[in-house]
Design a protein around this ligand. Sequence first.
Ligand code: C2E
Ligand code: CA
Ligand code: CA
Length: 232
Amino acid sequence: QPKMYVKNEKLYGAEALVRWYKDGEMISPGKFIPLFEKNKFIMKLDLYIFEQVCKDMSLWKEKYNFVPTISINVSKEHFANENFIDEYAKIVDKHKIERGKIDIEITESATTEEKVDTLKLLNSIKEKGFLVSIDDFGTGYSSLSMLQNMPIDIIKIDKIFVDKADLNSDNNIINYIMFIAKHLGVKTIVEGVETKEQVEFIKKIKSDIIQGYYYSKPISKEEFEIYFNEHK
Ligand code: C2E
Ligand code: CA
Ligand code: CA
């Protein structure tokens, strides 16, 4: 699914979203990801998706001399292994992709896992040269003091905050999240943006990036290839 810069509506990059087709029908990730998290199959799936993404990026690099920034979802199950990020680094290097073109999305709720030293983990991802985004921000329970110390590049503000916002007011939770993000010097993405009115609102509050059906639903990689050539 494409992500667009708010300032000029050009392409920032995209998020890789897994799709499972069975007997010609799509099973939503909302159905199988929780199951795969439980039985740990998610570790294999995430790495598989990541390898596919790197292959595509390296193809695009050759074909267009252009590589969009691609975000991938990394499930918290990986955090049980302290060196999990080495595996990711190996894959990017194999495909000769710049690590800074890969954005690792970690949900806010994963950052408050009790058994994990989140700061150490995020630092090790940053040290390897990847970008780090906090996904579904506002739905978990990370504290402000934690946020202040977290080495992150982007906060992804969850869809509910746009849906709930009074678009004519500057007294919404999303306005305050923006304020904090600016103060911390991190970029913001607003997710799940569907209407023109929401886009106008997001321009007003000066988020950096928008993702949502208003610009594009998740599309196949072939469609995305056309999309990014039209919007880069
Ligand atoms: P997510 O990471 O929060 O991804 C965004 C979800 O919001 C996607 O659902 C996307 O299709 C949907 N979305 C984007 N824009 C809009 C909009 O304007 N309106 C509405 N109503 N929805 C919008 P999707 O593809 O069904 O994915 C659901 C979740 O499954 C993802 O939520 C993510 O947590 C998980 N997931 C997807 N792919 C992977 C993967 O490869 N690995 C892991 N670990 N999780 C994944
Ligand atoms: Ca995500
Ligand atoms: Ca999200």
